[in-house]
Ligand binder design. Structure first.
Ligand code: PDD
Length: 282
């Protein structure tokens, strides 16, 4: 396995960053999770666009141009020889001093890791995940904008801890107004009477690239899709619930806070969207 680290390709053992790196000291940085399907980097442009937007928003000077970054991605994938896998691209503010001031971190650090990945067993795609809602609230745009895919994932990790404590695979995060935002690392959709709903990003959802692909698929397949705020009640009484994300793809939910969703397995629209999604990527 070869890891790209600031222009060099190094082994896992040699992939070391400074203890003064502000990604480590303060979570000061940004990242992307990207899939490789059949040797192709899926939605590469969309991920790089989001990365450069995140960088601009937090005033992080990218050490590579857009095309250099693209080349680094392609070359790292090539060197690892994986036909199917997962790419983690991280850009941190870089090494500085112990103070917060980003002016003391003269050079941002870039690392690219390529790995095999499967987070859920195939069975989970048919039968759905058990989930709970959690007390951790998603930042809404008055704090750190959730559109920035930053290294500050503590909220999401607290959500994951609550999911672990409840013995379930994923959890649902609300925003501070009580509207449903997203999962710990995926976007959420519900289906009611044949209509597909997902929260608008202003509710506190990342502008997910899989989310956008599913919205486009709904249009193509003739499903009405509405970006509308909804509450946990709407989730409980939905006919189908599913999450979308680079790692998760499209995964059904069979239970939320002990309420069984629909038939307690992946519903017809979820199954259809997953099939079509896998058709696009394969
Ligand atoms: N997750 N919401 C959050 C908080 C996320 O971290 C992610 C991505 C998503 C889905 O976005 P996309 O479809 O662009 O992946 C939503 C990780 C890191 C992943 O799935 O790889």
């Amino acid at each position: 396995q070869w890891i790209y680290l600031d222009g060099n390709y190094v082994t896992k053992e040699d992939a070391k960053v400074s203890v003064y790196d502000h990604g480590f000291l303060y979570g000061d940085g940004i990242f992307e999770g990207i899939r490789i399907y059949n040797g192709n980097i899926f939605k590469c442009k969309e991920h790089l666009d989001r990365l450069y937007d995140s960088a601009k928003s937090i005033m992080l000077n990218m050490p590579l141009t857009y095309s250099e970054m693209q080349e680094a991605l392609v070359e790292t994938v090539r060197r690892n020889g994986l036909r199917d896998g997962y790419i983690r691209l991280v850009v941190s503010r870089g090494a500085g001093d112990l103070g917060l001031d980003p002016r003391r971190s003269p050079k941002a650090s870039v690392l690219i890791i390529v790995e095999q990945l499967s987070i859920y067993p195939e069975e989970a795609y048919r039968n759905g995940l058990k989930t709970v809602s959690v007390s951790t609230r998603r930042n809404v745009p008055d704090a750190l904008n959730p559109k920035i895919k930053s290294l500050n994932y503590l909220n999401n990790i607290l959500v994951k801890i609550q999911a672990n404590l409840a013995g379930v695979g994923e959890a649902i995060m609300l925003n501070s107004q009580g509207y449903v935002a997203e999962g710990s690392s995926d976007n959420i959709f519900i289906v009611k009477r044949g209509i597909v709903y997902t929260p608008p990003c202003y509710c506190g959802a990342l502008e997910g690239i899989t989310r956008a692909a599913i919205i486009a698929l709904c249009a193509k397949l003739g499903y009405t899709l509405k970006e509308e705020p909804f509450t946990l009640h709407d989730v409980y009484v939905a006919d189908e619930v599913f999450f979308t994300g680079t790692a998760a793809e499209v995964i059904a939910v069979r239970e939320v806070d002990a309420r069984i969703i629909g038939e307690g397995k992946a519903g017809p629209i979820t199954t259809h969207l997953l099939q079509e999604f896998r058709g696009i990527v394969e």
